[in-house]
Write a protein that binds this ligand. Structure first.
Ligand code: MN
Length: 224
């Protein structure tokens, strides 16, 4: 038997504050979870069940440099609180869901907005808009309960673009995990990007991004 050599992808691991690594299993993302961002995207922010999409595991990375992706002229930043699960389950109550959280980090859901607009108009999937390489930068993971209040901000080259508060989330972290656990069996290593406040916008080569959520370890990277 001959053929191309298949090289298994490297494991995706996140650095944990204080030492050690967190192996990533899956990456779930929540759409429209802050009313002001829902409105800026042309939606109606009443409380419908959260909806989800995914990114590939190897889209996640902790790096000071992020490759500006191909095939877009409208790459958008979305700063988000990211929950990391240390245990899983199905059909979890919100209380059970909270007990599954291992820790939290600040992340950025990078989006090829032009491709997403086209996909929405054509009723097509979002994979190319959301799931490209290096589309999920993330900061250092802090173990312990995820913050439920506190500023969530993003600046580009020192100019603040996004500013919100975690308490403005339409669905709490516990509620998101509970909803997700109806659709999927959750496991340790799963990450959940929990949505972004208003102020999303385009970035360019050379831009430096600073992202913060409450007192979680800050995230800074440059597009190269
Ligand atoms: Mn997002």
């Amino acid at each position: 038997m001959s053929g191309p050599v298949i090289t298994p992808p490297l494991e995706t691991r996140l650095q944990i504050e204080g030492g050690g690594y967190f192996p990533v299993r899956r990456v779930y993302c929540v759409g429209r979870n802050y009313a002001d961002h829902t409105r800026e995207m042309g939606g109606d922010p009443h409380r419908e069940a959260p909806f989800f999409f995914s990114k590939p595991r190897d889209a996640v990375l902790q790096s000071e440099t992020i490759a500006y992706p191909p095939a877009t002229t409208d790459l958008h930043h979305e700063v988000e609180l990211v929950l990391a699960l240390g245990a899983g389950g199905m059909r979890l109550s919100p209380d059970e869901a909270l007990s599954r959280v291992y820790g939290a980090a600040v992340g950025v859901d990078l989006t090829r907005r032009d491709l997403q607009v086209d996909a929405k108009a054509a009723g097509r999937p979002w994979d190319a808009a959301k799931g490209f390489d290096q589309s999920a930068p993330i900061g250092m993971l802090r173990p312990g309960p995820a913050p439920e209040t506190g500023a969530i901000t993003l600046s580009v080259n020192g100019v603040q673009r996004q500013s919100g508060n975690l308490k403005q989330m339409i669905w709490s972290g516990a509620e998101i995990i509970a909803c997700l656990s109806i659709l999927f069996e959750l496991y340790p290593g799963d990450l959940i990007y929990t949505g972004t406040p208003a102020g999303v916008g385009a970035v360019a080569h050379g831009d430096v991004i600073d992202a913060h959520a409450a007192s979680l370890p800050a995230l800074r990277f440059e597009f190269v």
